[in-house]
Design a protein around this ligand. Structure first.
Ligand SMILES: [Zn+2]
Length: 318
């Protein structure tokens, strides 16, 4: 027994076994040290490596340098929507597209109270493109006034000044009849205020689709070319400001017309389509909600909260 015990004891303390344990210890220590200095340590301990801020590669720098006034496109919330409302005459006219001045003022009052920020369409486009200078509003909206009715200057403009809200006015050049209706000086005064942007609504306000149907594509293209190119040239000469937007008469647009608008140098164009403007949309078919005499504040609120009325696409406003 004593011999067996002794042999056992000798085996236990044998130099070979001793070095074996030391070796195992070295291996374990090496493994722990290695782990502490590897990325796995961070995962195991659910902590950042202590030198993360130093070892992290610097953030990617875009090729074109941006100032703080030009936020990157990624800063625009993906779900951002900009409803664009389309008005025509703001008067007591019997036209189905005329909105009473009281109703128009009530809308401005309500929307400003609810915290909406009014952008011109060019500003809305800049927001969507990630090129807007300044903070992106929480509740952006854009007002557009088509056709150049005298009320644009005599009724709408004073209300824009009263509530300090912006709007985009689309005029057709042959429709500028001069004082006391609507004159080039009136347009210049509105632009100078900083509250109004002027866009083109063609030369003669001819509806594109009946023209296409009557004369065929070739003649249609020639005729629309003049409407698109010449109106921009005249507006820029008379107002002295660049014109970057076009509104299709009646909201009617096809591929030929869209291409002409691009060729003429416009940056964007609006149509009629009862959905809000949002990221990723075709900038040459920016949708607008057409406001008519029968449109109620409740109805507009439904548009703004995402409950649109798709049947409106069938209607062709002036
Ligand atoms: Zn029109």
């Amino acid at each position: 027994m004593a011999r067996r015990w002794k042999r056992k004891e000798v085996r236990f303390y044998s130099p070979r076994r001793h070095w074996g344990w030391i070796g195992l210890g070295i291996v374990l220590l090496t493994a722990v040290w290695g782990a502490q200095h590897s990325i796995f340590w961070g995962i195991w301990t659910h902590a950042q490596p202590p030198d993360a801020s130093v070892s992290k590669p610097p953030p990617a720098v875009p090729s074109s340098s941006r100032s703080f006034e030009e936020p990157a496109a990624s800063m625009v919330p993906e779900d951002l929507v900009i409803p664009i409302l389309c008005f025509h005459d703001v008067s007591h006219s019997s036209s189905r597209w005329a909105v009473a001045p009281e109703a128009f003022e009530n809308l401005l009052k309500t929307l400003t109270k609810e915290g909406y920020d009014f952008l011109t369409v060019s500003e809305a486009v800049a927001v969507v493109k990630g090129e807007f200078s300044g903070n992106i509003p929480d509740r952006p909206i854009a007002l557009t006034i088509d056709d150049g009715f005298p009320s644009a200057y005599h009724t709408v403009f004073p209300l824009l000044q009263k509530y300090q809200v912006k709007a985009t006015l689309f005029v057709y050049t042959e429709g500028i009849k001069g004082h006391p209706l609507l004159s080039w000086d009136d347009l210049k005064e509105m632009v100078k205020s900083g509250l109004v942007e002027i866009g083109s609504h063609s030369v003669s306000h001819t509806y594109p689709f009946p023209l296409l149907k009557r004369f065929g594509r070739k003649a249609f293209k020639v005729k629309m070319e003049r409407e698109v190119f010449e109106s921009r040239k005249i507006l820029e000469e008379r107002i002295g400001e660049p014109v970057s937007g076009f509104a299709y008469p009646g909201g009617q647009v096809d591929k030929t017309l869209e291409n002409l608008v691009k060729e003429a140098g416009y940056s964007w164009a609006v149509t009629i389509n009862p959905v809000p403007f949002r990221l990723g949309m075709n900038l040459y078919r920016i949708p607008r909600f057409a406001v008519a005499k029968g449109t109620t504040l409740k109805g507009i609120n439904r548009w703004l909260t995402g409950e649109s009325e798709p049947q409106q696409t069938a209607v062709s406003p002036p």
